[in-house]
Design a protein around this ligand. Structure first.
Ligand code: PLP
Length: 385
């Protein structure tokens, strides 16, 4: 067969596959003392109320009457209704027809690329979540990189045309949360050039400091924005796998295509998983999520304070489980991350792994335990440069 040449346009390995090799080398020196602030995977366990609901759902499946085979392609109504109620709380009205349940945001970024014609121009403010950009490359679309300024900000290029824009807020990796004004500018821009706004709201659950929780709170967004959400980092579903996409009816053709895709793409998400997802929206689930995100955000604050004490410029804000900072003068991102790993036993991710163009930044994940994060903070403060 003739292979897809676009793979040749990617780096040889995905950023975290490359990092895992470096981590294994560092483990030889540091053993159990190595602290991994590299990949952003959650460490705290599943909420009790979610697990209970999933157990009940599994029990139902053991009865002839309760057994369920293939789920509905775009998700069970009970989960869609829970999502609709959650949006209603912030004043956004959705209907079942606009919600597409899937097994996580990463695969969905690929799915959304498949709705676009090939060679489509997609704008990516960088640094950005690498799988988003790489899915565009693999599909033969043309990513256009817009480098962020020192504060992690990128303004829309009014007057320049494109087919789509990928935005993530709070951003992975930069931890920057777009204000309503900034998001409004992007919605105006996308509308003015007829582009679709792929809004990755993966970390919306982390927004608490008055920031905007949904792109649909911006006027005009339903006409151009598609929102991608997941349960991974707010509810600890990185292993269970669950997410959903909102494709508003105001974008009739896009909604129709996403619906059509559901039939061909996969056979849906398991009943047990979706019951667990619905439990996330219960009063108990929401209270747990707030506690959990607070824990990770406090971890991030501990790391930010340590880096500030070292005089480093921090880009990330307080609504993120990531810390993104500029390397000390005289260091490249690869060089500084290598030094951190060797001298402090701390794994960090170089900003270039997120397509940051100058090789000047690094990202720390605040998902490990408080004890590990505090120890890493002490090691930053003690590190000799
Ligand atoms: N989008 C962003 C911005 C992410 O940071 C991640 C994971 O870290 C994903 C999407 C993919 O998430 P998942 O596939 O776990 O739903």
């Amino acid at each position: 067969m003739k292979f897809n040449d676009n793979f040749g346009r990617l780096p040889p390995s995905y950023v975290f596959a490359g990092l895992a090799v470096k981590k294994n080398l560092a483990r030889k020196k540091w053993g159990d003392e190595l602290i991994d602030l590299g990949i952003g995977d959650v460490k705290l366990p599943l909420f009790g109320c979610v697990a209970e609901e999933m157990k009940k759902a599994a029990d139902e499946l053991t009865n002839v009457d309760g057994f369920k085979g293939y789920p509905p392609a775009s998700g069970y109504d009970f989960l869609k209704d829970a999502i609709i109620s959650d949006y209603e709380k912030i004043g956004v009205k959705l209907c079942r027809d606009e919600i597409f349940v899937h097994d996580g945001a990463k695969g969905e970024l690929f799915a959304l690329n498949s709705l676009m014609g090939r060679n489509g121009k997609i704008l990516f403010p960088v640094p950005c979540y690498p799988a988003a950009l790489e899915s565009a490359i693999i599909y033969g679309n043309e990513p256009i990189l817009l480098p962020a300024d020192e504060n992690g900000s990128v303004l829309p290029p009014f007057g320049k045309s494109c087919d789509a824009v990928y935005l993530c807020s709070p951003s992975n990796p930069s931890g920057k949360t777009l204000s309503e004004y900034e998001l409004g500018l992007w919605v105006d821009y996308a509308s003015s050039v007829g582009a679709t706004l792929f809004f990755d709201g993966a970390y919306s659950d982390y927004v608490s400091s008055g920031g905007i929780k949904s792109v649909y709170l911006v006027s005009g967004a339903k006409k151009c924005a598609v929102a991608i959400r997941f349960f991974s980092k707010g509810y600890g579903f990185t292993g269970i796998r669950l997410g959903f996409t909102v494709a508003p009816q105001e974008q009739r053709e896009l909604n129709d295509l996403r619906k059509r895709l559901s039939g061909s793409l996969d056979n849906g998400v398991s009943y047990v998983t979706q019951r667990g997802g619905a439990a996330c929206f219960s009063t108990e689930g929401q209270a747990e999520m707030l506690e959990r995100t607070k824990y990770y955000k406090t971890n991030a604050e501990i790391l930010r304070n340590a880096l500030k004490e070292r005089g480093l410029k921090i880009v990330s804000g307080s609504d993120s489980p990531y810390v993104y900072a500029k390397c000390p003068d005289g260091f490249t991102d690869e060089g500084f991350c290598a030094l951190l790993s060797d001298k402090a036993g701390v794994i960090a991710t170089p900003g270039s792994g997120f397509y940051e163009q100058n090789g000047d930044y690094f990202r720390l994940s605040a998902f490990p335990s408080r004890e590990e994060v505090s120890k890493a903070a002490e090691r930053f403060i003690a590190l000799r440069l």
